[in-house]
Ligand binder design. Structure first.
Ligand SMILES: Cc1cc2nc3c(=O)[nH]c(=O)nc-3n(C[C@H](O)[C@H](O)[C@H](O)COP(=O)(O)OP(=O)(O)OC[C@H]3O[C@@H](n4cnc5c(N)ncnc54)[C@H](O)[C@@H]3O)c2cc1C
Length: 147
């Protein structure tokens, strides 16, 4: 999917840690948040429309930009974990591919300083696509890990 989108200059940018193991239907059914969700949004933001197999037949959820009336059926179905129906087709919102992709690692004195840094990044509208705060043991593990 990402390869096909890249040929047109777009990407979904949805990268859960289970990317290689999971399915698009599972992402929608479990209301997934990918690692870049700070930038591209969570699955409930990316779901535009769907075809859902219900016990009495196929239901079409039109891919409209927004709903002016409620209840919002996309929000009801997204995260329903297969209890309401089975997603057989989905329409997702894609983004233009960023021209560059860079990472920045910052070491802060304490967890609380890290929390404050994340809060200020979001409050001041400077949020990168991935904002991840690791505690000392996870940071030490990450530095030891070969990847
Ligand atoms: C190693 C690992 C890493 C993970 N990383 C993340 C992460 O980064 N972010 C995050 O938010 N979550 C993460 N998760 C949890 C996440 O919910 C699942 O990875 C993923 O969304 C499940 O997709 P799947 O295709 O494997 O679905 P399954 O595990 O097979 O199913 C999940 C649920 O959805 C239902 N379902 C599946 N397909 C459909 C369908 N087509 N229609 C209707 N219902 C359906 C199933 O009945 C089940 O209830 C992770 C899980 C693992 C094991």
């Amino acid at each position: 999917m990402e390869t096909a989108l890249a040929a047109h200059g777009f990407w979904l940018g949805h990268e859960p840690q289970s990317f290689e193991l999971s399915t698009v239907g599972g992402w929608v059914a479990s209301r997934l948040a990918g690692q870049r969700s700070t930038g591209v949004g969570r699955m409930e933001d990316l779901l535009a429309g769907a075809e859902v197999a219900l016990p009495d037949g196929l239901f079409q959820l039109a891919p409209v930009p927004a709903a002016a009336v409620g209840p919002e059926l996309r929000q009801l179905l997204c995260g329903s974990e297969g209890r309401l129906g089975v997603f057989t087709r989905v329409t997702l919102r894609v983004h233009r591919r960023p021209r560059s992709d860079a990472g920045l690692l910052m070491v802060v004195p304490s967890w609380w300083d890290g929390m404050e840094l994340c809060r200020r990044l979001l409050r001041e509208g400077l949020a990168p696509q991935v904002v991840r705060l690791s505690d000392a043991p996870e940071t030490a593990f990450g530095l030891r890990s070969p990847s």
